[in-house]
Ligand binder design. Structure first.
Ligand code: SAM
Length: 279
Protein backbone atom coordinates (compact mmCIF):
# COMPACT_ATOMS: atom_id res chain seq x y z
CA UNK A 1 0.00 0.00 0.00
CA UNK A 2 2.74 2.41 0.99
CA UNK A 3 6.39 1.88 1.78
CA UNK A 4 6.01 2.90 5.40
CA UNK A 5 7.03 0.39 8.08
CA UNK A 6 4.53 -1.99 9.73
CA UNK A 7 2.56 -0.38 12.58
CA UNK A 8 4.00 -2.73 15.22
CA UNK A 9 7.45 -1.46 14.31
CA UNK A 10 6.27 2.19 14.42
CA UNK A 11 4.76 1.62 17.88
CA UNK A 12 7.91 -0.07 19.20
CA UNK A 13 10.26 2.57 17.76
CA UNK A 14 8.27 5.50 19.16
CA UNK A 15 7.39 3.81 22.47
CA UNK A 16 3.63 4.17 21.93
CA UNK A 17 2.41 2.02 24.79
CA UNK A 18 -1.40 2.35 24.80
CA UNK A 19 -2.79 4.60 27.54
CA UNK A 20 -6.27 3.77 28.80
CA UNK A 21 -7.02 7.35 29.91
CA UNK A 22 -6.76 8.43 26.24
CA UNK A 23 -9.04 5.63 25.01
CA UNK A 24 -6.17 4.07 23.09
CA UNK A 25 -7.12 0.84 21.33
CA UNK A 26 -5.07 0.80 18.16
CA UNK A 27 -5.92 -0.87 14.85
CA UNK A 28 -2.73 -2.42 13.52
CA UNK A 29 -4.15 -4.43 10.62
CA UNK A 30 -4.15 -2.20 7.55
CA UNK A 31 -6.79 -4.43 5.92
CA UNK A 32 -9.18 -3.33 8.66
CA UNK A 33 -8.28 0.35 8.39
CA UNK A 34 -8.59 0.09 4.57
CA UNK A 35 -12.11 -1.26 5.06
CA UNK A 36 -13.05 1.76 7.19
CA UNK A 37 -11.51 4.15 4.65
CA UNK A 38 -13.50 2.48 1.83
CA UNK A 39 -16.69 2.72 3.90
CA UNK A 40 -16.19 6.49 4.16
CA UNK A 41 -16.99 6.93 0.45
CA UNK A 42 -15.20 8.90 -2.23
CA UNK A 43 -12.40 10.85 -0.56
CA UNK A 44 -10.64 12.20 -3.63
CA UNK A 45 -12.03 15.71 -3.50
CA UNK A 46 -12.61 16.11 0.19
CA UNK A 47 -10.73 16.97 3.33
CA UNK A 48 -10.98 14.15 5.83
CA UNK A 49 -10.95 15.17 9.48
CA UNK A 50 -9.61 12.30 11.56
CA UNK A 51 -9.90 12.44 15.34
CA UNK A 52 -7.19 10.56 17.22
CA UNK A 53 -4.89 9.19 14.49
CA UNK A 54 -2.61 7.57 17.13
CA UNK A 55 0.20 5.69 15.36
CA UNK A 56 -1.53 6.41 12.04
CA UNK A 57 -2.99 3.16 10.68
CA UNK A 58 -6.31 4.66 9.60
CA UNK A 59 -4.52 7.85 8.52
CA UNK A 60 -2.40 5.80 6.11
CA UNK A 61 -5.47 4.06 4.72
CA UNK A 62 -7.29 7.35 4.20
CA UNK A 63 -4.32 8.79 2.31
CA UNK A 64 -3.81 5.61 0.28
CA UNK A 65 -7.53 5.72 -0.60
CA UNK A 66 -6.86 9.08 -2.24
CA UNK A 67 -8.04 11.60 0.35
CA UNK A 68 -7.16 15.03 -1.03
CA UNK A 69 -6.17 16.07 2.47
CA UNK A 70 -6.32 14.59 5.96
CA UNK A 71 -6.48 16.89 8.98
CA UNK A 72 -5.58 14.69 11.94
CA UNK A 73 -6.27 15.95 15.47
CA UNK A 74 -4.28 14.08 18.13
CA UNK A 75 -4.05 14.78 21.83
CA UNK A 76 -1.15 12.44 22.61
CA UNK A 77 2.11 14.24 21.77
CA UNK A 78 4.01 10.93 21.76
CA UNK A 79 2.26 10.09 18.45
CA UNK A 80 3.34 13.24 16.62
CA UNK A 81 6.77 12.02 15.35
CA UNK A 82 5.18 8.86 13.91
CA UNK A 83 2.56 11.01 12.17
CA UNK A 84 5.31 13.30 10.79
CA UNK A 85 6.76 10.27 9.00
CA UNK A 86 3.43 9.71 7.27
CA UNK A 87 3.23 13.41 6.36
CA UNK A 88 6.67 13.05 4.75
CA UNK A 89 5.44 10.13 2.63
CA UNK A 90 2.40 12.15 1.43
CA UNK A 91 3.75 15.71 1.01
CA UNK A 92 1.17 18.47 1.49
CA UNK A 93 -1.67 16.03 2.19
CA UNK A 94 -1.50 15.48 5.96
CA UNK A 95 -1.98 18.30 8.47
CA UNK A 96 -1.20 17.17 12.00
CA UNK A 97 -3.03 19.21 14.60
CA UNK A 98 -1.94 18.60 18.18
CA UNK A 99 -4.77 19.18 20.67
CA UNK A 100 -8.07 18.12 22.17
CA UNK A 101 -10.78 17.46 19.57
CA UNK A 102 -13.43 18.48 22.12
CA UNK A 103 -12.00 21.99 22.18
CA UNK A 104 -10.99 22.44 18.54
CA UNK A 105 -13.49 23.46 15.88
CA UNK A 106 -12.74 21.37 12.77
CA UNK A 107 -14.35 24.10 10.62
CA UNK A 108 -11.55 26.51 11.50
CA UNK A 109 -9.02 23.92 10.29
CA UNK A 110 -10.56 22.97 6.94
CA UNK A 111 -11.74 24.36 3.64
CA UNK A 112 -14.20 22.87 1.18
CA UNK A 113 -16.14 19.62 1.59
CA UNK A 114 -15.30 17.57 4.70
CA UNK A 115 -15.88 14.00 5.81
CA UNK A 116 -15.18 13.08 9.43
CA UNK A 117 -13.69 9.60 9.88
CA UNK A 118 -12.35 8.17 13.13
CA UNK A 119 -11.69 5.23 15.36
CA UNK A 120 -12.88 7.35 18.26
CA UNK A 121 -11.44 7.31 21.75
CA UNK A 122 -14.41 5.78 23.59
CA UNK A 123 -14.22 8.13 26.56
CA UNK A 124 -15.06 11.17 24.40
CA UNK A 125 -16.98 9.52 21.52
CA UNK A 126 -20.49 10.52 22.64
CA UNK A 127 -19.72 14.20 23.43
CA UNK A 128 -17.94 14.52 20.07
CA UNK A 129 -20.92 13.03 18.21
CA UNK A 130 -23.41 15.22 20.07
CA UNK A 131 -21.31 18.29 19.22
CA UNK A 132 -21.40 17.41 15.51
CA UNK A 133 -25.16 16.77 15.64
CA UNK A 134 -25.81 20.08 17.40
CA UNK A 135 -23.85 22.09 14.89
CA UNK A 136 -25.34 25.46 13.89
CA UNK A 137 -26.08 26.62 11.28
CA UNK A 138 -27.46 23.44 9.68
CA UNK A 139 -26.67 21.73 7.25
CA UNK A 140 -23.31 21.26 8.95
CA UNK A 141 -19.80 21.59 7.58
CA UNK A 142 -19.43 17.85 6.91
CA UNK A 143 -20.83 15.52 4.22
CA UNK A 144 -20.71 12.43 6.39
CA UNK A 145 -19.48 10.90 9.64
CA UNK A 146 -17.91 7.42 9.60
CA UNK A 147 -17.08 6.55 13.18
CA UNK A 148 -16.16 3.63 15.40
CA UNK A 149 -18.12 3.26 18.63
CA UNK A 150 -18.66 0.58 21.20
CA UNK A 151 -21.46 -1.62 19.83
CA UNK A 152 -23.77 -0.60 22.68
CA UNK A 153 -23.36 3.11 21.83
CA UNK A 154 -23.81 2.38 18.11
CA UNK A 155 -27.11 0.67 18.93
CA UNK A 156 -28.27 3.73 20.85
CA UNK A 157 -27.48 5.96 17.85
CA UNK A 158 -29.46 3.91 15.30
CA UNK A 159 -32.29 2.80 17.63
CA UNK A 160 -35.93 3.13 16.57
CA UNK A 161 -38.97 3.85 18.79
CA UNK A 162 -40.08 0.94 20.91
CA UNK A 163 -36.61 -0.51 21.38
CA UNK A 164 -34.67 -0.55 24.64
CA UNK A 165 -31.78 1.43 23.15
CA UNK A 166 -34.06 4.25 21.96
CA UNK A 167 -33.33 7.54 23.74
CA UNK A 168 -31.66 10.93 23.53
CA UNK A 169 -28.92 9.90 21.06
CA UNK A 170 -31.34 8.24 18.64
CA UNK A 171 -33.71 11.23 18.65
CA UNK A 172 -30.91 13.73 18.02
CA UNK A 173 -29.28 11.55 15.33
CA UNK A 174 -32.64 10.72 13.72
CA UNK A 175 -33.68 14.36 13.67
CA UNK A 176 -30.49 15.60 12.06
CA UNK A 177 -29.49 12.69 9.89
CA UNK A 178 -29.67 9.07 8.84
CA UNK A 179 -27.50 6.71 10.82
CA UNK A 180 -26.74 3.05 10.22
CA UNK A 181 -24.31 0.45 11.49
CA UNK A 182 -21.98 -0.62 8.67
CA UNK A 183 -20.09 -3.49 10.34
CA UNK A 184 -18.77 -4.79 13.65
CA UNK A 185 -15.23 -5.47 14.76
CA UNK A 186 -14.36 -7.98 17.49
CA UNK A 187 -12.14 -7.00 20.45
CA UNK A 188 -9.19 -8.91 18.92
CA UNK A 189 -9.03 -6.40 16.02
CA UNK A 190 -7.53 -3.87 18.47
CA UNK A 191 -4.31 -3.59 20.47
CA UNK A 192 -4.94 -3.77 23.37
CA UNK A 193 -8.33 -5.50 22.90
CA UNK A 194 -11.22 -3.61 24.55
CA UNK A 195 -13.78 -5.58 26.60
CA UNK A 196 -16.60 -5.06 24.08
CA UNK A 197 -17.46 -5.43 20.40
CA UNK A 198 -17.12 -2.25 18.30
CA UNK A 199 -19.19 -1.00 15.36
CA UNK A 200 -18.54 1.40 12.52
CA UNK A 201 -21.46 3.81 12.15
CA UNK A 202 -22.21 6.01 9.16
CA UNK A 203 -24.22 9.18 9.64
CA UNK A 204 -25.30 11.30 6.70
CA UNK A 205 -26.77 14.68 7.63
CA UNK A 206 -30.31 15.44 6.56
CA UNK A 207 -30.09 18.80 4.72
CA UNK A 208 -33.54 19.86 5.88
CA UNK A 209 -34.57 18.31 9.20
CA UNK A 210 -38.01 19.15 10.63
CA UNK A 211 -37.82 22.80 11.80
CA UNK A 212 -37.12 22.91 15.52
CA UNK A 213 -34.86 24.60 18.04
CA UNK A 214 -32.12 22.13 19.04
CA UNK A 215 -32.06 23.37 22.64
CA UNK A 216 -35.84 22.96 23.08
CA UNK A 217 -35.69 19.50 21.55
CA UNK A 218 -32.93 18.39 23.90
CA UNK A 219 -34.77 19.79 26.94
CA UNK A 220 -37.96 17.91 26.09
CA UNK A 221 -36.12 14.69 25.23
CA UNK A 222 -34.07 14.85 28.45
CA UNK A 223 -37.25 15.33 30.52
CA UNK A 224 -39.11 12.52 28.73
CA UNK A 225 -36.30 9.95 28.97
CA UNK A 226 -35.28 11.10 32.46
CA UNK A 227 -38.22 8.96 33.61
CA UNK A 228 -38.58 6.66 30.62
CA UNK A 229 -40.98 4.19 32.27
CA UNK A 230 -43.44 6.90 33.33
CA UNK A 231 -46.26 8.31 31.22
CA UNK A 232 -45.38 11.58 29.54
CA UNK A 233 -47.98 13.53 31.54
CA UNK A 234 -45.79 12.69 34.55
CA UNK A 235 -42.25 12.83 33.12
CA UNK A 236 -42.79 16.16 31.31
CA UNK A 237 -43.80 17.86 34.58
CA UNK A 238 -40.08 18.44 35.15
CA UNK A 239 -40.25 21.03 32.35
CA UNK A 240 -42.10 23.20 34.80
CA UNK A 241 -45.44 23.81 33.03
CA UNK A 242 -48.73 22.01 32.46
CA UNK A 243 -47.55 18.76 30.88
CA UNK A 244 -51.03 17.66 29.80
CA UNK A 245 -51.65 20.95 27.97
CA UNK A 246 -48.27 20.65 26.26
CA UNK A 247 -49.03 17.10 25.11
CA UNK A 248 -52.41 18.24 23.90
CA UNK A 249 -50.81 21.04 21.82
CA UNK A 250 -48.44 18.49 20.30
CA UNK A 251 -51.28 16.03 19.58
CA UNK A 252 -49.79 13.29 21.77
CA UNK A 253 -51.85 11.24 24.23
CA UNK A 254 -50.76 12.00 27.83
CA UNK A 255 -50.60 8.29 28.68
CA UNK A 256 -47.85 7.53 26.19
CA UNK A 257 -44.25 6.90 27.25
CA UNK A 258 -41.01 8.42 25.93
CA UNK A 259 -39.83 5.29 24.15
CA UNK A 260 -42.99 5.18 21.98
CA UNK A 261 -42.58 8.70 20.58
CA UNK A 262 -40.88 9.11 17.21
CA UNK A 263 -38.69 12.03 16.14
CA UNK A 264 -41.63 13.95 14.63
CA UNK A 265 -43.48 13.60 17.97
CA UNK A 266 -40.56 15.02 19.93
CA UNK A 267 -40.21 17.87 17.43
CA UNK A 268 -43.92 18.68 17.91
CA UNK A 269 -43.41 18.69 21.70
CA UNK A 270 -40.31 20.88 21.44
CA UNK A 271 -42.09 23.36 19.19
CA UNK A 272 -45.12 23.44 21.49
CA UNK A 273 -42.95 23.96 24.56
CA UNK A 274 -41.09 26.79 22.84
CA UNK A 275 -44.25 28.56 21.61
CA UNK A 276 -45.74 29.74 24.85
CA UNK A 277 -45.54 29.02 28.52
CA UNK A 278 -48.13 26.34 29.19
CA UNK A 279 -50.10 26.12 32.38
N1 SAM B 1 -6.76 5.97 14.90
C1 SAM B 1 -5.91 5.10 15.68
C2 SAM B 1 -6.18 3.67 15.32
O1 SAM B 1 -7.26 3.41 14.76
O2 SAM B 1 -5.35 2.81 15.62
C3 SAM B 1 -6.06 5.33 17.18
C4 SAM B 1 -7.47 5.17 17.71
S1 SAM B 1 -7.57 5.17 19.47
C5 SAM B 1 -9.11 4.31 19.70
C6 SAM B 1 -8.06 6.83 19.89
C7 SAM B 1 -7.02 7.93 19.64
O3 SAM B 1 -7.58 9.19 20.03
C8 SAM B 1 -5.74 7.80 20.43
O4 SAM B 1 -4.64 8.02 19.58
C9 SAM B 1 -5.81 8.92 21.50
O5 SAM B 1 -4.55 9.43 21.88
C10 SAM B 1 -6.63 9.96 20.76
N2 SAM B 1 -7.39 10.87 21.64
C11 SAM B 1 -7.95 10.61 22.84
N3 SAM B 1 -8.63 11.67 23.30
C12 SAM B 1 -8.52 12.63 22.35
C13 SAM B 1 -9.02 13.96 22.23
N4 SAM B 1 -9.78 14.49 23.19
N5 SAM B 1 -8.72 14.67 21.11
C14 SAM B 1 -7.94 14.13 20.13
N6 SAM B 1 -7.45 12.87 20.19
C15 SAM B 1 -7.73 12.13 21.28
Amino acid sequence: MDDLPPLREVIARHGLRAVRRLGQNFLLDLNVTDRIARAAGDLTEVTVVEIGPGPGGLTRSLLAAGAAKVVAIERDERCLPALEEIAGRYPGRLDIVPGDALRLDYRALTQGPVRIVANLPYNVATPLLVGWLREEPWPPGYLSLTLMFQREVAERIVATPGSKAYGRLAVLAGWRGEARILFDLPPRAFVPPPKVVSSVVELVPNPSPLPCDAGQLERVVAAAFGQRRKMLRQSLKSLGGDATALLDQAGIAPTRRAEEIDVAGFVALANASGRAPVG
